[in-house]
Design a protein around this ligand. Structure first.
Ligand SMILES: *[C@@H]1O[C@H](CO)[C@@H](O)[C@H](O)[C@H]1NC(C)=O
Ligand SMILES: *[C@@H]1O[C@H](CO)[C@@H](O)[C@H](O)[C@H]1NC(C)=O
Ligand SMILES: *[C@@H]1O[C@H](CO)[C@@H](O)[C@H](O)[C@H]1NC(C)=O
Ligand SMILES: *[C@@H]1O[C@H](CO)[C@@H](O)[C@H](O)[C@H]1NC(C)=O
Length: 402
């Protein structure tokens, strides 16, 4: 969910914004890059704002993969966001994008954007022979926190690794609010949600269009998100899945509402005990950094981690040393009929300051918020290779392998 809701919201505001989120297109929020990589309540609020709730990003290089087209991803700000390069136009102009399953527009800054786009790369339509002005309409994405990007739509060729989609409808931004401008790494957002969330007016995802044109073998897009501790690399693969990056079989979870990649969180198991009384809606979102759950779930999970503590200022923190433990203990997220265990130590994120006494504390990958919509962001997706299948409206997940 990298979209745009990027501001600091009060808790009350988050609550108000939640309902609209469930019934309307959302967008993503970006994290301000100047903030430290952490899951403070402020950060969480910004994350939530995207769903009228909000959040983050990445870096990539291009590599070929069998059958589909892959782009290398790099984590930015210590696993806050994963970004990769795409090119647009003829000859190609390069952009560093956050591939976001929590929103559905593809947008980049244009030459019309002044200081509000910071140091981001800008697309120059006059330099592209494939730019189509016929699609030039006013376009805007407003996020729940008041952040926004505005500009005009256009069509041009989008290059993804070794494949291209001609005439793709994109948003050209002439004004961004500060949340976007301050992200040092990211130029734009590459939305991979379903078309009903889009503001550009696309009828189909670029993934479906690439499949129908015969460019990729299947209408799927797959993600591998690496841990910062292992180099922070990842891969997005259009049209195929990369068996080098997962173990065992993919387990498929049906999408319940085709806007976000929404699924049923049927339970959360701590120590084998189910802690949910009812199924909760959840979103699988590559554009959000954290797993965001209601407080009672965050509390139960952190109760399994010695020394974990919550403070309104820093959110949940965990002794960093816990990340080096070899405990095999897991928390199980049950989606639909399938179980997805995450090792407890994988919830340990970047170091925080100050420390708690002599203990170096790290941020937790789980954040709490009074949200009816669970967000399974990168903390979840680093554990599982993920295949977003537009054709069958389902998500395939298998244990990730570096
Ligand atoms: C892209 O590269 C991959 C791997 O080399 C290949 O399998 C695929 O056919 C290529 N796609 C196109 C459109 O050239
Ligand atoms: C789209 O139209 C607007 C309004 O006429 C114009 O200012 C802008 O330059 C056009 N965009 C491009 C990329 O030509
Ligand atoms: C979407 O479909 C409608 C109805 O067929 C059509 O009028 C519109 O031009 C399409 N939009 C795009 C972006 O292709
Ligand atoms: C779940 O149900 C049990 C038994 O009715 C109740 O005690 C508990 O508070 C409920 N938990 C939540 C989170 O609602």
């Amino acid at each position: 969910m990298v979209n745009s809701f990027g501001l600091f919201l009060s808790s009350a505001l988050v609550l108000c914004l939640l309902k609209p989120v469930l019934t309307e297109p959302l967008n993503v929020g970006l994290e301000s890059t100047q903030s430290r990589p952490m899951n403070t309540p402020e950060r969480v609020k910004r994350a939530l704002a995207k769903y009228n709730i909000n959040d983050e990003k990445i870096n990539a290089r291009v590599r070929s993969a069998g059958g589909g087209a892959s782009i290398e991803l790099s984590s930015a700000y210590v696993d806050i966001e994963y970004l990769g390069y795409i090119h647009i136009g003829t000859p190609p102009q390069k952009f560093n994008m956050d591939f976001d399953t929590g929103s559905s527009d593809i947008w980049i800054p244009s030459m019309a954007c002044g200081n509000s786009c910071g140091s981001h790369r800008r697309y120059d339509s006059t330099l592209s022979s494939t730019y189509e002005s016929g699609a030039n309409k006013t376009w805007a994405l407003h996020y729940g926190d008041g952040s926004s990007v505005i500009g005009n739509t256009a069509r041009d060729t989008v290059h993804l690794g070794n494949i291209s989609q001609p005439g793709q409808l994109i948003g050209l931004v002439s004004k961004e609010t500060a949340q976007f401008a301050t992200d040092r790494f990211l130029d734009g957002i590459f939305g991979l949600g379903f078309p009903p969330l889009a503001f550009t007016g696309i009828n189909n995802s670029i993934v479906e269009d690439l499949h129908w044109s015969g460019t990729i073998p299947a209408p799927i897009v797959s993600f591998h998100l690496g841990h910062y501790r292992d180099g922070g690399k990842g891969e997005i693969l259009f049209g195929d899945m990369n068996a080098d990056h997962f173990e065992g079989e993919l387990k498929y979870v049906p999408v319940t509402i085709k806007k976000y990649w929404q699924v049923d969180l049927t339970n959360v198991m701590v120590d084998g005990n189910p802690i949910l009384n009812k199924t909760l809606p959840a979103i699988v979102d590559t554009g959000t950094t954290l797993i965001i759950v209601p407080a009672y779930i965050a509390k139960e999970i952190h109760a399994k981690i010695p020394g974990a503590e919550y403070s309104p200022m820093y959110g949940w923190r965990i002794p960093c040393s816990f990340g080096e433990q070899t405990t095999e203990e897991t928390i199980i997220f049950q989606l639909g009929q399938e179980e997805f265990p995450i090792p407890l130590r994988d919830f340990v994120r970047a170091k925080t300051s100050p420390s708690s006494g002599d203990v170096q504390m790290c941020y937790s990958g789980i954040a709490q918020a009074n949200t009816p919509l669970i967000i399974l962001g990168d903390t979840f997706l680093r554990s599982f290779y993920s295949v977003f299948d537009f054709g069958n409206a389902r998500i395939g997940l298998a244990r990730s392998k570096a």
